[in-house]
Design a protein around this ligand. Structure first.
Ligand code: CO8
Length: 258
């Protein structure tokens, strides 16, 4: 994956790591960078060896939002033809568990990128916010929607209207951040969690992710039906046989994603 210029990609055993690597502009998300992130994520997603994907940022930011330099002269017609959000939509289709390891500022599109991940592990030094309003615009990659579904309209509006940055601790208290860790332990703790998830049965993780995502969008009854179908489906897997046999034989299961 050496064709990338704005990200660095590596694989550590079953964990695919994508590092945003334009630290001199606080990892501002140029369109090329977003395309590269999505390409790297999709490539990991289709690799059976990769069980978890971790996204992080180099330097003092996770990402300080869309690249304002690139966006400043846009107009609606150009934006329509660019159709840049199609890239973001593809992130929602990724089945592999994704963890954002937020090392510093996660602003605007950077916050939206973190919200597109399934879990957010934040350094205690990280800050989260939507400063778009200060530029006379608003979030465009799901910020108003994902944040509101997570924390409700009253909290979301106050955050989005003021453009204020909240600490990792405050974001955790609101339920946006999964866990806060000290800055020097961020990658260690994230990789520990990633490796732990990589030992879990991958098909079950994927179907649980799908069902939890439906819980956000579906009414309860439809969500329950969806959950049930996925529950039945897992009984077609070898991992279900292995998991239950291992329990009965009092040994550790070996899951293979089959
Ligand atoms: N775009 C372009 N360049 C940026 C960005 C950005 N978002 N953020 C920082 N930079 C650059 C700065 O211009 C500066 O470059 P240079 O050294 O060449 O002048 C360098 O990064 C370092 O930044 P600062 O000197 O400003 O560092 P400070 O510590 O003084 O300030 C801040 C840090 C407060 C984060 C400040 O840089 C800032 O306010 N940045 C802009 C944050 C922002 O408004 N983000 C929202 C952008 S809009 C958006 O995200 C819309 C999302 C919609 C869809 C997403 C599509 C990808």
């Amino acid at each position: 994956m050496s064709e990338f210029v704005s990200i660095a990609v590596r694989q550590e055993g079953p964990v695919g790591v994508i590092e945003l690597a334009r630290p001199n502009v606080l990892n501002a998300l140029s369109r090329q960078m977003v395309s590269e992130i999505v390409a790297a994520v999709e490539s990991f997603d289709r690799d059976e060896e990769v069980r978890v994907i971790v996204l992080t940022g180099r330097g003092r930011a996770f990402a300080a939002g869309a690249d304002i330099q690139e966006m400043a002269n846009d107009d609606p017609v150009r934006l329509e033809w660019l159709n840049q959000f199609a890239d973001w939509d593809r992130l929602s289709l990724v089945k592999t568990p994704m963890i954002a390891a937020v090392n510093g500022l996660a602003l605007g599109g950077g916050f939206e990128l973190a919200l597109s991940c399934d879990l957010i592990i934040a350094s205690a030094a990280a800050e989260f916010g939507f400063p778009e309003v200060n530029l006379g615009v608003m979030p465009g990659a799901g910020g108003t929607q994902r944040l509101t579904k997570l924390i409700g309209p009253k909290q979301a509006l106050a955050w989005l209207w003021t453009g204020e940055r909240l600490s990792a601790k405050e974001a955790h208290a609101l339920g946006v951040v999964t866990r806060v860790v000290s800055p020097e332990l961020l990658m260690e703790e994230t990789m520990r969690l990633a490796r732990r998830l990589a030992e879990q049965p991958p098909l079950a993780l994927r179907l649980i992710k799908e069902a939890v995502q439906k819980a956000v969008d579906y009414p309860l009854y439809e969500g329950m039906q969806f959950e049930r179908k996925n529950f039945y489906l897992l009984f077609a897997s070898e991992d279900q046989k292995e998991g239950m046999a291992a329990f009965l034989e009092k040994r550790k299961p070996q899951f293979r994603g089959k």
